[in-house]
Design a protein around this ligand. Structure first.
Ligand SMILES: [Zn+2]
Length: 353
């Protein structure tokens, strides 16, 4: 279990198992919510944002179990954001975001605007009250997760053919909009899938980082690769407050840094580490004889040395053309690069083995 007093994003995949949610033919809400939730979860991890997900398979997750799970993971921490993902039904078109009576509409608006920018019709952000008690939220996922900041996102209408097409083809674009909104809301540097953070400043000779305008401990952690916990520990910080010009030490005196060892940071997943190091996640698992994908903060992983070359994507390239050129397969390239989709961008670097 993650213990995080600062912040955490709980990605909730609505419905599951016997509870299909809304249905249109063989299109089930629970499948869409799982797909969108896994994507958001993986991307948040990639951005270094601590995240958990309520389900990763098509399993039953009834109300009480779901709430208990969220409560156990995130304690009564108002800094926690709960993103509950759903697909609408009942006639209508577009996306809407419901936010809690205890919250303002800022995050909800950022999310809806980004989904709109990704091509979906924007309906509205709103609060919905329980008819028998208007002081309470209508949706349990919002009501029972107080005092966390909870939003329920409806990506479109499953019983509207135009929306259904979009859900089939563009859902992950909307998901990326949600990821971007959360990063912006948290003031965490955002980058596109498969890219890395631009403008990483060089560490100074003494491994000291000077706090810049707009920095937070989280953004500094992302820039320097030193976890927030380590930053606080090394610098004897008792709160998350830092000031411009403040000098932060990045390592303890005399601490050796080995090149072929990676120390697990807060928020890491094996998948995120593999991306960070430009290696295959299976190689990382095998090389370290890991028997599960669970890792813990501070754990040391051996970095496998690999024979590989890099290919820079040119205009007109597709995964298929690149696979043909290097006499390999599309699946192999996707696996070696931990790609989330088959979309490539010009200038992107691919590992070829
Ligand atoms: Zn639903």
């Amino acid at each position: 279990m993650i213990n995080n007093d600062d912040f955490l994003v709980v990605v909730d995949a609505g419905h599951g198992g016997v509870d299909s949610g809304a249905v249109n033919g063989n299109n089930l809400e629970k499948d869409f919510t799982l797909r969108v939730s896994k994507y958001i979860y993986d991307r948040l991890k990639e951005l270094g944002i601590p995240a958990v997900i309520t389900r990763t398979t098509d399993k039953d997750l009834p109300k009480n179990e779901r709430i208990n799970l969220i409560n156990q993971i995130s304690k009564k921490n108002p800094n926690v954001i709960v993103l509950s993902n759903h697909i609408n039904a009942g006639g209508g078109e577009g996306a809407e975001v419901v936010y809690g009576l205890r919250n303002n509409d800022r995050l909800a608006n950022m999310i809806l605007n980004n989904i709109g920018d990704a091509g979906q019709v924007k309906r509205k952000v709103y609060q919905r009250r329980l008819p028998e008690n208007p002081n309470k939220d209508y949706y349990y996922i919002i009501r029972e997760t107080d005092p966390r900041q909870s939003v329920l996102i409806e990506y479109g209408f499953i019983d509207n053919n135009k929306d259904l097409n979009k859900l089939k083809n563009n859902l992950l674009d909307y998901a990326e909009g949600v990821v971007k909104a959360v990063a912006n809301y948290m003031n965490i540097p955002y980058f596109n899938p498969g890219q890395t953070l631009p403008n990483i400043p060089e560490k100074t000779e003494d491994d000291v980082y000077v706090v810049q305008k707009g920095d937070t401990l989280w953004s500094i952690s992302r820039k320097t690769g030193v976890s927030v916990e380590q930053l606080k520990q090394i610098n004897n910080l008792t709160s998350n407050t830092i000031s411009i010009g403040q000098q932060l030490k990045l390592k303890k005196e005399g601490e050796p840094i080995e090149d072929n060892i990676y120390v697990v940071q807060k928020g890491d997943s094996l998948w995120a580490i593999a991306r960070k190091l430009g290696i295959n996640v299976n190689d990382l698992i095998n090389y370290n004889n890991l028997t599960s994908t669970t890792i813990s903060i501070g754990q040391q992983l051996q970095i496998p040395q690999t024979n590989q070359e890099y290919y820079t994507v040119q205009r007109g390239d597709t995964l298929y053309s690149i696979a043909r050129r290097f006499n390999t397969t599309v699946d192999k390239i996707i696996e070696d690069n931990n790609l989330l989709s088959s979309m490539l961008s010009i200038g992107q670097q691919l590992i070829i083995r």
